[in-house]
Design a binder for this molecule. Structure first.
Ligand code: FES
Length: 123
């Protein structure tokens, strides 16, 4: 069952590894969500089952943000991360570009952890 999308603050105070992004159950499965944490670069997370992957929201091709709508980082089929600018496809589990102009390059990972059902920054 798809969780109802609720308002989640997307701009958060930077509490280092104590920063809670949201609850695992707040993200559709599969699904994605973007955040700003303090003065850090924009980041986004992708949920797939009980796993969550985090990346800086910058495409390695031209350095633009990837989302074409807020919190929309995945293809229609939700099987790849998609860059809205020139359509590059990235693997969800490692951020590697497998199709498009930056093939073979990767998104910059963000360390993420899950504690008691909460998605948190790893550092
Ligand atoms: S800026 Fe992402 S594919 Fe070109």
């Amino acid at each position: 069952m798809t969780p109802t999308k609720k308002q989640i603050p997307t701009t958060l105070k930077d509490l280092g590894s104590d920063t809670v992004l949201c609850n695992l159950s707040d993200i559709e499965d599969p699904g994605s969500r973007g955040f700003r944490v303090g003065r850090r670069e924009r980041l986004f997370i992708v949920r797939r089952g009980d796993e969550v992957f985090g990346y800086i929201n910058l495409c390695p091709h031209q350095g633009t943000t990837l989302d074409w709508n807020p919190d929309t980082f995945l293809t229609i089929e939700k099987d790849y991360i998609l860059c809205a600018t020139h359509g590059a496809f990235f693997e969800i589990h490692n951020g590697m570009c497998v199709a498009g102009p930056c093939i073979g390059r990767s998104l910059a990972p963000v360390e993420i952890k899950i504690e008691d059902g909460q998605i948190m920054l790893g550092s």
